[in-house]
Design a protein around this ligand. Structure first.
Ligand code: CA
Length: 547
């Protein structure tokens, strides 16, 4: 993994030589042609990057990250070049809530039509979108429609005035409703009169009532505003499994599915190509009930957990199971693998601080099918555990500036203890976790097999080794990873290889001593012999058809 992007395979070719080695002369131009397909859909080969604006970069010294800071850092995310040594190459950003809110995290919105003043103005946001688009970055914003802030004017009106037309946008009752299935009450005493209102998460976040048309019509208006006036490319929708309650059942109800269906249809009609991705924090089985005609995509929490658990235990068996289940059910651009998000302890912390483990976990994430999401700072190996503020700490940019270059003032939250190491400037060097992410994200974008290929597992013959092929008609890529701290020796894989003349290239990692045996018959697999796979190492070997 130390030398990604090595241009040509060093893999030693065994007999028959001609089949694999024929193309070395024409290989450069051929490889270029194969490397630059016009993507049919921006999601093909894309990686998305989750940003907490408050913690990304502060432009004005108030200690709070803002839109101008993010704008100044867009080249770090993607500078528009297909191959860049100083840019991640992410094709999409998801901004955690940026609308006006009384909280630091923004998941309780006070004004759906206004950017939080500490982050900037609506015009700052529009400028950010233009600059993002110029670099090939799609912009998704967090949209919170399950609940609003208790300071949202419609809730205040409904709370204070029983005759208010906004009453039906919320759920009020003279007594607490039933407890939920976990035995808790989500009903809160009104501070104004002798009644209760429903709020799944807490009293400061009253749920919207989608049994009546008013709230949904308003949320559709909000969606249209952001798509058409503010220019966004879509939404990450928060907590969608809790949209509509049915007595004691507060999640995954039939009405929740119906509301999502209607909302998503509105988004598609409001802007062609708009993309919606939902948070359904649950098993794959539950996730599948949110298809085929609701939101475009959802986060695959089970993949996140299988990757983290497999790497933590050093056991590769089971890592691919949730991937295969989703792949079988859905097109790859409709589900999103990730490692950790803003609600979970950071990857490196989950992996006991081990950089090798973090490295192989991200290698797997970025070689799987699906639309992967990387939480900001994960590419640096930032650490952090609960409480939430500590998994959302400021990004570290510089090893010399105060507060690691995040702010010239006092940061809203103390930086992580490892900010001199999990730091962009410190990792501007070959072999860093940042360089590893840049190489993999750009390889994924430029390699058809990694962008579009179907995943076919390969028997690895060792519990610490994950092996699979990503296959398209034009070629395939063999992906192999060792998820343990020990070298694994003498592996032999049966690898399906494209028929006809083909060439092999090492795309990532070290294949110096690997041996490739072409298929003995057209329908038979070839073989790849690996004398040793170093600890926490990932390798990608491509087989391309020579036309
Ligand atoms: Ca600021």
């Amino acid at each position: 993994m130390r030398k990604p992007h090595r241009p040509f395979a060093r893999a030693r070719v065994l007999a028959p030589l001609a089949l694999l080695a024929a193309a070395s002369l024409a290989a450069a131009s051929l490889a270029e042609a194969q490397r630059a397909p016009a993507p049919r859909d921006w999601r093909d080969g894309a990686t998305c990057y989750e940003v907490f604006v408050r913690s990304f970069r502060d432009s004005d010294g108030d200690g709070i990250g803002d839109l101008k800071g993010l704008l100044a850092s867009l080249d770090y995310i993607n500078d528009g070049r297909p191959s860049s040594p100083t840019s991640l190459g992410a094709r999409c950003i998801w901004l955690m809530p940026i609308m006006d809110s009384p909280s630091y995290h923004g998941y309780d919105v006070r004004d759906y039509y206004r950017v939080a003043p500490v982050y900037g103005t609506n015009d700052d946001f529009k400028r950010l979108v233009i600059e993002a688009h110029r670099r090939g970055i799609k912009v998704l914003v967090d949209m919170v429609i399950n609940h609003a802030s208790s300071e949202w004017p419609p809730f205040q009106a409904a709370l204070k005035e029983p005759a208010s037309p906004y009453r039906e946008w919320f759920r009020f009752a003279p007594a607490r409703g039933p407890n939920n299935r976990w035995g808790n009450s989500n009903w809160h005493k009104s501070p104004v009169r002798d009644e209760y209102y429903y709020g799944f998460f807490w009293r400061g976040m009253p749920d919207l009532n989608y049994e009546q048309p008013g709230a949904l019509e308003e949320m559709k208006k909000v969606a249209s505003f952001w798509l058409n006036e503010m220019g966004v490319d879509g939404f990450r929708l928060d907590a969608v499994k809790y949209l509509v309650e049915d007595g004691a059942v507060v999640d995954d109800t039939p009405r929740t599915h119906a509301v999502l269906r209607e909302y998503a249809a509105h988004v598609r009609a409001a802007k062609a190509g708009a993309f919606t991705i939902g948070e359904v924090f649950d098993s794959t089985g539950v996730l599948l009930s949110y298809y085929p005609d609701q939101l475009d995509a959802y986060f695959a929490f089970e993949i996140a957990d299988s990757l983290i658990a497999g790497v933590r235990r050093g056991d590769a068996r089971g890592i691919l199971a949730p991937v295969l289940r989703l792949q079988q059910a859905l097109p790859a651009n409709r589900w999103a693998p990730f490692l950790r998000n803003h609600d979970q302890p950071r990857t490196r912390t989950e992996l006991g601080g081990d950089l090798g483990k973090a490295r192989v976990a991200s290698f797997l994430l970025l070689t799987l099918p699906g639309l992967p999401f990387v939480y900001y700072g994960e590419e640096l190996g930032m650490t952090g555990g609960k409480p939430d503020e500590r998994i959302r700490t400021p990004m570290a940019w510089s090893t010399t500036a105060p507060h690691a270059g995040f702010t010239a003032g006092t940061p809203w939250q103390r930086l992580a203890d490892d900010s001199l190491e999990a730091n962009v400037a410190a990792q501007e060097r070959a072999g860093s976790l940042l360089a590893h992410h840049r190489a993999l994200i750009q390889l994924r974008a430029s390699t058809p097999a990694l962008a579009l290929g179907t995943l076919e597992p390969i028997a690895a013959g060792h519990p610490a080794v994950v092996a699979f092929v990503r296959r398209t008609a034009a070629g395939s890529a063999l992906v192999v990873a060792n998820v343990t701290a020990s070298a694994v020796r003498e592996l032999t894989f049966d690898v399906p290889m494209p028929a006809g003349r083909r060439q092999s290239r090492t795309l990532f990692g070290d294949t110096e001593r690997w041996e490739i045996r072409p298929p003995s018959a057209p329908s038979a697999p070839g073989q790849v012999r690996v004398p040793a796979l170093a600890p926490y190492t990932g390798v990608i070997l491509e087989f391309a058809v020579i036309p």
